[in-house]
Design a protein around this ligand. Sequence first.
Ligand code: AMP
Ligand code: MG
Length: 398
Amino acid sequence: MILHDAQKRLRQARPSDLEIEDVGLLAALGRVAACDIKSLIAIPPADNSAMDGFAVNAAEMREGSEYSISQRIAAGQAPTPLEEGTVARIFTGANMPDGADAVVIQEHCDYTENTVKINRSAEPGSNVRPLGQDIQIGAVVINKGQRLNSVDLSLLASIGVAEVPVYERLKVAIFSTGDELVEPGEPLQEGQIYNSNRALLTGLCRELGYEVIDCGIVKDTLEETKSALSNAAKCAHLILSSGGVSVGEEDYIKPAIEELGSLDMWRVQMKPGKPVAYGSIEGTRFLGLPGNPVSSFVVFQLLGVPLMQTLQKQNQSQPLTYMVEAGFDKKVTSREEYIRVKLVRRADGELVADRFKNLSSGILSSLSWADGLVRHEIGEKIERGMKVAYLPMTRSML
Ligand code: AMP
Ligand code: MG
């Protein structure tokens, strides 16, 4: 199966049965809204001044004339209607008095405490933020399925929302298979390696707002693999495993899933990461990632994320891709390939993607070096200087 079809299939998975809970505004960061949220108030709630200056009736103003100041309105104060033939001293964020329709900024005036000479007149509406300019009553400010970020929370705060209905966090059970694995902190015996996928997958899931159930290391036997899977199926919405997913003598994921539940997808034409299994056990979804940490990472990003977003009832994020120049050549590929690259800026300002020299998926340091992946489509050749699709590995704004 090609990657695109596999992604489509995972996006069509049946979402998990998730409870809805009300959480305090600040606790809603990274959670997924369980309904549309509409504003019960207008923002701004009244016409107010965008500048420090003088609130006037624009039609009455004559350039060069002097007016008396009949009231002083600071932000937070309630004005009285503007007396005819006068102006009001006003400050940024203060409500406009009835009868005034413009603000002349203080830089365009000569003024004392009681009088002001207007040196430049104003059009009706100038320097005024009208009622409802930002948000109208009844406007939907957050959509169901939206994952809430800091800006979303500030928008909710601006309309006075203190509690947000969100879906419970998707519970993801994670285990690593392999007789060779030990956890950091343990001494390393001959033939052993440290488990790096546990830290990788746990971290990625947490960054995405999911709850991780740590199921440790599972030995390479059919019995242990089955028992890990059926225990995890009882407490999670999704099981993520790493390793043991090929057809070697020490790979037990496929037979275990086939015995306990159903295997719906196996092997995807992608590189790194061809061995991958998707299925379910008693209603709990299962995604088996390859053991190599680089492959695990790539499959997690390209297949795990769309699946988890679907299960979490979350709107699908659009993967960001940028067209940049390739700084390397690569032969035609028969599997959609994701190449670890780093962007460098050439002297002429152009961004060029440099490839990590060793393409082996066993090289974890290549991921740490890279800042993104370049997509290499089936049947295409990459030549230095041509534009290629670059996917950043982080969404950080810095
Ligand atoms: P497997 O998919 O189980 O055949 O594993 C492929 C390669 O990835 C082997 O070299 C494993 O030792 C390595 N590997 C598997 N799981 C992990 C893990 N959790 N952490 C680090 N390397 C792993
Ligand atoms: Mg293994």
